[in-house]
Design a protein around this ligand. Sequence first.
Ligand code: ZN
Length: 380
Amino acid sequence: MTTKTIDITALPQCSMGNARRLTVVRYGKCANGKKAYIQAGLHADEPPGLLVMHHLMDELDRLDEEGRIDGEIVLVPVANPVGISQWRDTALSGRADFNTGINFNRNHLDITAQVSEAVKGTLSDDPARNVALIRKRISEELFDIKPDDEGGFLKHRLLSLAYDADIVLDLHCDLQASVHIYTGTPLWPDAADLSAEMGADVTLLAKESGDNPFDEACSRIWWDLAEKHSKFPIPAACLAATVELRGASDVSHELAKDDAQSLIRFLTRRSLVQGEVTDIPKLKHEATPLRGVEHVKAPVPGVVVFLKKPGAVVKKGTPIAEIVNPVELRPEKRSVLVKCTTAGILFSINIDCYARPGRILAKIAGKKPLKGKGNNLLTL
Ligand SMILES: [Zn+2]
């Protein structure tokens, strides 16, 4: 007998007579106590993850038929029904909420203070018991929060589906990019098999990246509580990561099938799925600090010609792009080379070819934290 169920929740009405819906697909019965949660399209204009979900469901349907799903696997194939409907002229604009201007992957709920207060006097020397207790308290706190606006309801609903999972994967994409992954510093090197399996060029680590993206809303509470209650063993019980599946135009069945297969191998290794546990592929590059990412910015306006592609290993001073301004009257200034100041891996470049001073053209993962990054390490 198959275990697959589909649950459709209506979001609060956004306008008279209209309500959007969130579809959740579940497999397994959590027989071994393991849970994985995977969502795509939180930034609704990032399509590669949506196609991966299509192929992942094909795979999980087959495994479910064969009775090979051991844990509970929760999929939200289109995690942002609000953003996916935000069309402006001919372009989908799904990164930030039209109503509030807030990025859909920022400002997720942080209930660490409330949970910390609620667990006082109840923790013990048993880490497994502490995990169960903290999850129960998180559940109670979330239950008490009742957002009535559509965007707030959506964020609350997604966290409520994911907070008790051992694994949370949020599938995104960048502009033009190679595969890269954001995760918590305390989750490394445990998460190295995810990076290796997905073929990530870069894994970026932070204990707190600023603005509370979804993966951190699920994972950071664990190490924050461990610091606040340092006498008791509190493990990092949720391996949460934001997986950037290349660039927005990297949408093909070949790539998406490969990515789905990689996720299945990861889930098999993590005992969510029965099957042959394969050797972990060689990690392309060791993880680096998110604080070590150089944002290569345009110094002048013009047309950008990129000189390097995502995945390139670059040295300090490598020319990354050329900016050409045809109406600059001094011929020697008509073309300006933009060089990086950090050695590392170029993992993302802009999707269009217009520069204005200060605009980020490229991102490079360096090995050392950079000074002056401030507290908000993510781009808008
Ligand atoms: Zn995104």
